[in-house]
Design a protein around this ligand. Structure first.
Ligand code: ADP
Ligand code: MG
Ligand code: MG
Length: 876
């Protein structure tokens, strides 16, 4: 027979799906002997049945509730409907996953006009009894009867004003009685019925209200946004009350077993004397730090400290606890794994390993990869910070720390930065025209706009520190001044921003750059021991390469050569090359580019040492390099003596309707082999030189983009091999090199077995593969995809998280085809997906050798790869 109700001594922490998180943990605490007020849990199955039955509570469930209520009465030695010494309960919702938006808790249920007097007599505390009753009416009226909370507040605050009470506890019994009369009038007015006096009726109404709240709009929206299935249902906990509001020997509090901000091993939380329920978090009175409880109730405090340790040892994780003290007796009301910052997560995990509570694998699994972004930004030196006071506070819009001189327009900021200054861009608010200035700045400060303002969104995207909506500052971009606290700061003045807490300092503060040291480094080392997937980086210059190595990259998976061409001193040369009429002219222009390219590669090889480096030949459509405005055209025309009109005509001629499907990738090397020749020469000669100079065994990997057909690769590879072999032979070195290809055209994935005859490695370019495989233009469909996700057509943006079903199938086919032909073929991924945790799981599962991602994502990739390996092993 189905069982719909469990007493607290019948459950365990593993029964979350049935009892909800709160219920399962109340049961667990009960069973390990902690002081938990007794009660029972009505299961999520009962909720499902209630909803399936068309919002009806089946008699079977009702009967079970009465049975358990009788048991509760027996345990507590009190009767629910007793007018002299009533048993009071709380009714608390609790879903299997923590879910704001569900019905709030109701306390003191069971009281009515008669039993409130009984309670007053029994406790010899009339004020307490009426305080409990007014709280109950208010909560029940708000959450079950759905009368606006503000209407109750109005009455309550009105009474406080009337009698000149500053805080709630200043209200005396008579005041509370008056409030209760008004509350009941309000109920009658709003609903046309009296406040229910029958405790059993109160209980059943409350339980059904919880079940119903599972399907309220707030809850449905929250589940949708967080991918929580609607089918879970919520449980309801009915628990005997303990009273933190029974006088100055009582109180209520919330605490973490460790500091959730920095992970320090110390009790952390707040406590409020003579208070109940949400008083602590509702900000009614300022709670005291938990340490002060040690002074007020020393014995209770030391008991609480012990319970807290016991809970942590039992759950083997930092706990977030709710408790109440009644007449100097401690009661535990809730525990769960505590939410924490990334820094705390890392410290707690490492400490728990050192305390022998968990193993390294568990520690690695505990860190949320997307969270560690927080740890990869610069921060202020804590030694300096303690001595400083912020002059203003705004919204912590984008984490990190920045110091620099203030500039008030994007143009000025960009100019100052070009002169080598560190710049903070200060704006009323930003707009797309400010992009260049934002990019040039160390940090951004705005007076207006919220967490999703232009400044906030763009700064987060750039990984740049930003304090937005700082109302205390006045920005004058004509006078170029920043006014705060009556002081005027002019252009060039040094300020500092802390994007993690929104502080603004009117001085320079030293920043420390992020390091994988200490506990973070330890977690990373443990992750490295667990993972099988290698992690490379996408880097086009020595600086990025070095950053990636510092973060633990094991090679470069994608070095884009075109980025090197965009620099100011080179772009005229590449333009000259594109505008050339004859091969000879083109070769001449390429000659001019060769030394630049070679130097770039030397720089990269020197940084990377013997780590593998994959260099991709020129990829983008040529017209991207062409001059865009008259200034550029005139410059070219003069510099190279080409008629102005010829440049304009050539530009028109090169125009393509679908450039992403046009003259790009290996197609450039097919039509202009001299480009591939120059690039090969630059790569090979750079590698030979560094081998000789530094005695390093470098094996360059040359990657041909956009292959769709084996013969394309054969053609381009022939060019590469001819140049490379000649240079190597001349050098007397016996250097090896590899030629491989991107797999980014669906046809290449389908014919991967053939392509592997020529390709020594594949690198999945999943950006293009998604674009061409899914038929979504990367540059045009952002809004459409957003709408698709909102409408539930897509689970996620396929450019962020790989579409495992479709695009993933192309990848796994290519993996299979490639390995069939060439069993030891090296397989990697270099699209944006290489730094996305769920895509990294896919890459692990499909058997790639490595992922490659931007430098700042390398630690995330190392962690995700480890978690993927552990998950696979745990599945067996
Ligand atoms: P939430 O899920 O919003 O935290 P809870 O069900 O935990 O809601 O209830 C909120 C608070 O109500 C608890 O922290 C506790 O202070 C108080 N509370 C709940 N049940 C009881 C009880 N049986 N006795 C005393 N206080 C209780
Ligand atoms: Mg709440
Ligand atoms: Mg709670």
């Amino acid at each position: 027979m189905a069982k719909y109700v469990y007493s607290f001594n019948e459950g365990t922490k593993e029964m979350k799906n049935l009892l909800g998180g709160k219920g399962a943990n109340l049961a667990e605490m009960t069973n390990i002997g902690l002081p938990v007020p007794f009660g029972f849990t009505i299961t999520t199955d009962a909720c499902k049945k209630y909803n399936d039955d068309g919002d009806k509570l089946d008699q079977v469930i009702v009967d079970e509730i009465w049975e358990h209520l009788a048991e509760l009465e027996e345990v507590m030695g009190k009767k629910f409907e007793d007018n002299e010494n009533p048993l009071l309960v709380s009714v608390r919702s609790g879903a299997p996953v923590s879910m704001p938006g569900m019905m709030d808790t109701i306390l003191n249920l069971g009281l009515n006009d008669v039993s409130v007097e009984g309670l007053a007599k029994k406790t010899e505390n009339e004020r307490f009894a009426y305080d409990s009753y007014r709280r109950f009416i208010q909560m029940f009226g708000d959450v079950v009867m759905e009368i606006k909370k503000a209407k109750f507040d109005e009455i309550f605050d009105g009474q406080k004003k009337k009698v000149g009470a500053e805080v709630d506890v200043d209200l005396n019994t008579e005041d509370l009685k008056e409030i209760i009369i008004e509350y009941k009038k309000l109920v009658k007015n709003e609903l046309g019925r009296d406040f229910p006096q029958d405790p059993k009726e109160q209980l059943l109404e409350a339980i059904q209200a919880v079940f119903k709240s599972w399907n309220n709009d707030r809850a449905i929206l929250y589940r949708k946004l967080n991918n929580i299935p609607n089918s879970l249902g919520t449980a309801v906990n009915v628990q005997s009350m303990v009273f933190g509001n029974s006088g100055n020997d009582s109180g209520t509090g919330v605490a973490f077993t460790r500091n959730p901000a920095n992970g320090e091993n110390e009790l952390f939380g707040e406590f409020l004397v003579n208070a109940q329920g949400e008083d602590v978090v509702a900000g009614i009175r300022t709670p005291q730090p938990i340490s002060e409880m040690a002074e007020a109730f020393p014995e209770v405090y030391s008991q609480f400290a012990k319970v807290s340790k016991a809970l942590e040892n039992h759950y083997k994780d930092m706990q977030d606890m709710e408790f109440t003290v009644e007449d100097r007796k401690l009661y535990m009301l809730q525990t769960r794994n505590g939410k924490r910052t990334a820094a705390a997560a890392v410290k707690v995990a490492v400490d728990l390993v050192n305390e022998d509570l968990i193993d390294t694998e568990t520690a690695v699994m505990r860190i949320e990869p997307s969270q560690i972004n927080q740890l990869l930004h610069p921060t202020f030196d804590p030694k300096d910070l303690v001595k400083l006071t912020p002059v203003a506070k705004g919204l912590p819009a984008s984490p990190g720390a920045a110091t620099g001189e203030i500039y008030f327009t994007a143009e000025d900021a960009a100019k100052a930065s070009a002169e080598g200054k560190k710049v903070i861009l200060v704006r009323e608010e930003t707009s797309p025209e400010d992009l260049a200035g934002m990019a040039a700045a160390e940090g951004i400060l705005t007076a207006r706009g919220g967490m999703t303002s232009h400044a906030a969104v763009v700064a987060r995207g750039m990984g740049k520190c930003c304090v937005a909506g700082c109302k205390e500052i006045i920005v004058n971009d004509t006078a170029k001044t920043l006014t705060v606290g009556g002081k005027v700061y002019e252009e060039g003045f040094n300020i500092s921003l802390n994007g993690t807490d929104g502080s603004v300092y009117a001085e320079a503060v030293n920043t420390v750059s992020p390091e994988l040291s200490g506990d973070f480094g330890t977690i990373m080392e443990w992750a490295d021991e667990l993972r099988t997937l290698r992690v490379r980086t996408n880097a086009d210059n020595p600086r990025d390469a070095q950053q990636a190595i510092d973060f633990g990259a094991e090679g470069i998976g994608l070095c884009r050569t075109e980025h090197m061409f965009f620099e100011e001193d080179r772009i005229p040369k590449i333009r000259r090359m594109i505008l050339a009429d004859t091969e000879e002219e083109r070769r001449e222009a390429l000659e001019g580019l060769l030394p630049y390219q070679k130097n770039d590669f030397i720089g990269i090889f020197k940084v990377m040492g013997e780590l593998p480096v994959t260099i991709r030949l020129l990829d983008p459509p040529l017209h991207e390099f062409l001059p865009k405005n008259e200034v550029d055209i005139n410059y070219l025309s003069e510099q190279f003596n080409i008629p102005h009109d010829k440049i304009v005509n050539k530009t028109t001629e090169l125009h393509e309707f679908n450039p992403m499907l046009g003259h790009r990738g290996c197609r450039l090397a097919v039509t202009y082999p001299e480009i591939a020749e120059m690039q090969t020469e630059a790569i090979i000669s750079a590698a030979l030189q560094v081998r000789k100079e530094d005695g390093l065994d470098i094996v360059p990997e040359i990657m041909v983009p956009l292959i769709g057909e084996l013969k394309e690769l054969e053609f381009v590879k022939k060019t590469i091999v001819e140049v490379a072999d000649k240079l190597i032979a001349e050098s007397g070195d016996d250097m090896k090199y590899m030629v491989g290809t991107m797999i980014e055209i669906p046809r290449a994935a389908l014919t991967a077995d053939e392509i592997a005859e020529e390709a020594e490695f594949f690198s999945f370019g999943t950006n293009d593969l998604t674009q061409m495989g899914f038929g979504f233009s990367r540059d045009d469909t952002g809004e459409i995809i957003k709408e698709y996700v909102e409408k539930g057509i897509l689970d996620a943006d396929p450019f962020q998280s790989i579409d495992t079903k479709g695009i993933g199938k192309l990848v796994s086919m290519a993996v299979e085809g490639g390995r069939k032909t060439r069993p030891n073929i090296k397989l990697g991924i270099c699209g944006e997906h290489g730094g996305d945790p769920s895509s990294i799981h896919f890459c692990h599962n499909v058997g790639l050798n490595y992922v490659s991602c931007s430098p700042f994502r390398v630690p995330i990739a190392r962690l995700s790869a480890a978690q993927a390996a552990v998950e696979e092993r745990r599945k067996g």
